[in-house]
Design a binder for this molecule. Sequence first.
Ligand SMILES: Cc1cc2nc3c(=O)[nH]c(=O)nc-3n(C[C@H](O)[C@H](O)[C@H](O)COP(=O)(O)O)c2cc1C
Length: 401
Amino acid sequence: MKKSDKANVPTRLFSPVALRGISARNRVVVSPMCQYRSVDGSPTDWHLVNSGRYAIGGAGIVFYEETAVEARGRKSYGCASIERDGQIPAYRRITDFIRAMGAVPAIQLGHSGAKGSVKGAMDEWTPLTAGDAAAGLAPWQTISASAHPFGTGRPPSTAMDQGEIDRVVAAFAAAAARSHAAGFDICEIHGAHGYLIHQFLSPVTNTRADRYGADRAGRMRFALEVTEAVRAAWPAHKPLFFRVSARDGRGGLWDIDDSVALAGALKERGVDVVDCSSGGITGTSSMPVVPRVPGYQVEFARRIKQAAGVPTMAVGLITEPAQAEAILQAGDADLIALARELMFNADWPVHAAKALGHGAYLSLLPPDFAFRLHRRDEVGRLPFNQVGASLAHADALVEST
Ligand SMILES: Cc1cc2nc3c(=O)[nH]c(=O)nc-3n(C[C@H](O)[C@H](O)[C@H](O)COP(=O)(O)O)c2cc1C
């Protein structure tokens, strides 16, 4: 312990974690957050600054937003993609910065399927229309498991044939290889929130009678083919995550037992962590919506971890340090992901570490920040009339940082 570090209370949240050959300094994960600010799919300065501030703030793992494996797999024109080799240097700039700040750069790969061809979040994801074409935002034909319209007011998507399925599986693998080349150390497959993979999983949106439908094993086939292809393209020393909607949204049909079965099959195919979210597909069954109370998805992380024997990540209204620590202490999950709380306070990890009594909380910040703040703390604890003397001995404080 450095001279100026406070007494240390050991925590799970701020204990390092090793996944395959990659180590993270703590278990705080920045959950993927779409920014709707990409240009032709590629990152801009916004993305560097936004991802960078989370890395500066002390998180262990920083996820980049959901990134489409092909252009039509984006939701909107502002969404990210990693479908061309020429995009790699722009992503590399971001991963280099995240790593330099002590965090692990991670990417979530996805495909919107029938949920694509929409405007951004501020426009409530309303579908693009022919009228938007004049502004260079022409709608595109979406693809899915079956040819349903995804919600009212949307044109139906095209049901994917075998050739189309093979092309998208290959696009996932190619995107994973590009992600590695771009310096990401963790890859997550987005199988949740009503996007393409979830559209195959849920009986609400998958009414196929062929080998990609019919029963649960059939509906899982596309997710597992994507996983196998990504695992093969993604280096063996790098961890692979998979985000599930553990349960569909209101009126859905895919439930937690289905997710346990899926998690077991994912584990067999080399998935290291199942990231437990929910919702995204609604229907007419009696399935209730998951109430949005603090920690509302932790029960899914617990169940999947216990029943499938795979490490899990908990997410969803986890905002308090003690709450996050308690989830880990109870063995309900192995990692804690936060989204909106980090938008509010990007330095949450530093403050959480301090609140939990982690003595070296300042060392989560860049060394020069920690140096200044240690000195401020040392001086700040002295009676006012001794501050001058203390500053005369600043070298000792320098050494203690
Ligand atoms: C602005 C924003 C963008 C999001 N984008 C994604 C995304 O790209 N991929 C994803 O799986 N979830 C996305 N989510 C969901 C979050 O990752 C997270 O699961 C959800 O917000 C619940 O966590 P929270 O209560 O800590 O915000 C997004 C959430 C927000 C607020």
